[in-house]
Design a protein around this ligand. Sequence first.
Ligand code: S3P
Length: 373
Amino acid sequence: MPIRGSINIPGDKSISHRALLISSLIPGEHNIKNISTAEDVIYTLKCLNNIGIISSREKNNIIIHGGTFIEPNQPLFCGNSGTTMRLLSGLLSGLKLEAKLMGDESLIKRPMNRVINPLMQMGADISSNQDCAPIIIHKTNSLIDLNYSMEIASAQVKSALLLAGVSSDKKVVIHEQYQTRNHTEIMLDDIGYDIITKDNSIIFNPTLNKPNNINIDIPGDISSASFFIGAACMIPNSDLRINNVLINDTRMGFINILKKMDAGIIIHNPRYINGEKIGDIQVYYKPLYGVDIISEDIPSIIDELPILSIVATQAEGVTRVSGSEELRYKESDRILAIVENLKRMGVKIIEKKDGFVIEGPTILNKATIDSYD
Ligand code: S3P
């Protein structure tokens, strides 16, 4: 059955988390339009409400009253959301209050030392359960400026540090080896903060300019769109248009790789809203070819590698993914989940420590799929 027509996608999840967290730190009334409908974002909002942030919601539009916090009288529950836990750890570190962060069965097994270590370098006082949640952010008088070279490619870590900069009013300089999604930098810049990005380094000085009331309009989520894009690429006679979707370069890995596979993709009406690039994406069926995906491609395709693996089963030739060990530390081990489920469907796939190799094309068998929660 071809995929044809025109759709809109709910607001981008990464930008939604940031819109809530950043606006909570700025005194005043802030408007966020088209917020993500994802459960993870609701956890971020609930945690903020539990530290005193007042919000009101009408459909997907939210008003946040920022700038006044209270110490929570219960643990802040982040559900399954690593972004909530890591970014909130940064925000809380500079707030001079004590808070405990908890998560579900999967989240409490995920590594938190990646944010705890640099935040402690900034002077935060944090305890954890052997580098995992529950995390307790203890009250500290004041943080210090930070100059930090990232040890792993992680937008969550980078953003946690920038949020600690906002909440503590301290300067933060970060050097990245590979550029990761840059929504925090774009949003801070767009609302009027002094932030400079140059050659994979970020220099953020929150003491210089202070934003006032902010309005953020969130574009469609390119990661959610990727499932429809993948389907339209693989199914003959498809021709699909996705309107008002984020096309920020740091999130375009999937589209760029599909183009290398010779997929039919055209971007219409590129434009900017709140500093973020958005556009309308047209995807139509064309025969696809295998491709190599290497370390430097990974940050911009990290959440789309599962759907890319399915597209690769329908491409002529070999698709090799390497340098993607980070996939093993997500909500589930995504390499294992991909390999196990595609094997069940009859795909020729080999598991590697840092990725997988798929030989296509394959006619997929019916199978029972394990979603690994
Ligand atoms: C995210 C960053 C990525 C991504 C996650 C959302 C963000 O995680 O996989 O879904 O919003 O900053 P890492 O920072 O762990 O790579």
